[in-house]
Design a protein around this ligand. Structure first.
Ligand code: F6P
Length: 519
């Protein structure tokens, strides 16, 4: 990240950058206690943003989540806390500490079951959602409250510096923050990045009008709305046009709202390829790989996922079941290794889904398994070294989400695989825009077609496998996280330069920056 760090520092030297995301970039180490030991956090958002936060020295505004309470010394007057992870990464974190009930309504009633479900098309609309008083209350007392707390913290942070604030807000938890910040800091540069798919305007209409309009009003207070794919940009502009009645320009990728122009751009998120390759050659990963070699069969199908409904894990197992029925020659010669992590277990739909995943795997193992061979190896664990060892060893990486903003598993796996591994990829994963040409594309709902795609991937001859794998690796290397960051920074620069030319006084002291610059 060295070149990008220097570039970022230079580009942002006149700004006070602030990142706001629900998740902090760190997790508590399992043995955490008085010593407050932290490890780097997981997930796509943290992976992408950590580099940016470290490169810029940005303060990261994040919420105190379950399990963190009592483990943090939140400091006096909400001062940011310098947090160092066990592997030496340093972050300045400014914690938002919502009341437990407000956080629960925000995270477990609105953000995950409602917004996540809208944006991944997860409902069976004949049955769900049923919106009632409790939903409106959760919006009011949970989502609005926590968004306001985030906005307050961002504004407090911004006012600690004389420099112009550059506020980078993230994801579906914080849709209202740009508007709330804009009210207090009219001259700040605001970018909001959405990590998950942006659905069609029609599907947004599942939400009550006031909610979806508040979301759009919140987001359109930003200068730039960033999304993952060109498809998301199109849906966003259509939503502005059809649901808000706004003029939009599809060619210029802009929406016009309250006398302002909002840029709507796609920046496909990625990974730090070099760092990932370095980790892939550490002794810990090599040890894990040796262990895999002891049990793997001729071919290995692999998936790594949070047990999220959007990941389509159960249908994936059904497709594998079909494969073993239709092509019995694979019995005993292939293992489907699923390394899964429990997630969002306070949301009933997720608990039920985790149950279905385990049940499907057990049923398939009972149906086809023998004393020597279990067709599915299911591991419920979070272990980065082991996950990477699996990436190196797979023959087929199976990525079949219903819808997915990007899917970094595909990029991670492709970047370090050593066996010319094939990628079986859902056409509805954001990463399909980059890798689809060389992957085997599937419709994630069609289990027969998915079974045939797995069969084809297993049968592909080594020359073709290696050639496809190389092409995908080149794309991932070229479009790595440094490009994700620099594309955003270039747009911010393009946005700010004409403004600065018109308002040279801007870079001088502005009304809200009376406090001493601490940088
Ligand atoms: O953008 C989606 C995302 O925030 C990812 O960064 C991450 O993989 C996942 O959702 C984490 O969800 P949560 O913070 O609810 O565990």
């Amino acid at each position: 990240m060295l070149a990008i760090e220097q570039y970022t520092r230079r580009l942002l030297k006149d700004f006070h950058p602030i990142v706001a995301a629900n998740r902090a970039p760190v997790d508590l180490a399992p043995e955490a206690g008085e010593s407050q030991r932290f490890v780097r956090g997981g997930g796509g958002l943290v992976t992408g943003l950590s580099g940016l936060a470290q490169a810029t020295g940005a303060v990261w505004v994040a919420s105190v989540r379950d399990g963190f309470e009592g483990e943090l010394d939140l400091g006096e007057g909400g001062e940011p806390m310098l947090v160092e992870t066990v592997d030496g990464a340093r972050y300045q974190i400014s914690w938002v500490n919502p009341p437990k009930l407000a956080y629960d309504l925000y995270y477990n009633t609105i953000a995950n079951p409602l917004l996540w479900f809208v944006q991944h098309y997860l409902w069976n609309l004949a049955e769900a959602p049923v919106l009632d008083d409790s939903t409106h209350r959760a919006w009011n007392e949970g989502y609005r409250t926590v968004n306001q707390m985030f906005a307050n913290q961002v504004v407090r942070e911004a006012r600690r510096s004389r420099k112009r604030p550059l506020v980078l807000t993230h994801d579906y938890h914080l849709y209202l923050v740009p508007r709330l910040v804009r009210r207090e800091l009219p001259d700040a540069v605001l970018q909001h990045y959405v990590h998950i798919p942006w659905p069609t305007p029609q599907y947004w209409k599942v939400l009550p009008q006031y909610m979806r309009e508040e979301i759009m009003d919140g987001l359109l207070a930003a200068d730039i709305v960033g999304l993952q794919t060109s498809h998301d940009v199109r849906n966003f502009l259509l939503t502005c046009e059809e649901n808000m009645g706004l003029p939009v320009d599809f060619r210029q990728q802009s929406a016009f709202y309250r006398g302002r122009t909002v840029w709507v751009r796609n920046y496909p998120i990625s990974i730090d390829v070099r760092e990932f390759e370095r980790t892939a050659s550490t002794p810990a990963v090599e040890r894990a790989e040796r262990e895999i070699l002891r049990w793997r069969t001729e071919q290995l199908i692999y998936r790594v996922d949070r047990m999220d409904l959007s990941k389509n894990i159960v249908r994936g197992f059904y497709a594998y079941d079909r494969l073993l029925q239709a092509h019995s020659e694979w019995r005993g010669r292939v293992i489907f290794w699923a390394m899964l992590q429990k997630t969002r277990q306070n949301v009933p739909e997720y608990r039920e889904y985790a149950r279905q995943v385990l049940q499907a795997a057990r049923a398939i193992n009972a149906r086809h398994g023998t004393t020597e061979w279990q067709p599915i190896r299911l591991e419920l664990r979070e272990d980065l070294n082991r996950a990477i060892a699996g990436y190196k060893q797979f023959d087929v990486l199976f990525v079949n989400p219903i819808y997915d903003g990007m899917n970094l598993v595909a990029k991670e796996g492709i970047s370090v695989n050593r066996r010319g591994g094939m990628l079986v990829l859902s056409e509805n994963a954001g990463t399909h825009e980059e890798l689809g040409e060389w992957a085997i594309t599937i419709n994630p709902f069609d289990i027969d077609a998915t079974a045939e795609a797995l069969h084809r991937a297993l049968l592909t001859d080594p020359v073709e496998r290696h050639s496809r794998s190389e092409k995908m690796r080149t794309v991932v290397q070229q479009n790595d996280v440094a490009r994700w960051i620099s594309a955003q920074l270039q747009d911010i620069r393009d946005l700010v330069e004409p403004l600065a030319a018109r308002q040279p006084e801007f870079v001088r002291e502005s009304a809200f920056s009376r406090l001493a610059d601490r940088q």
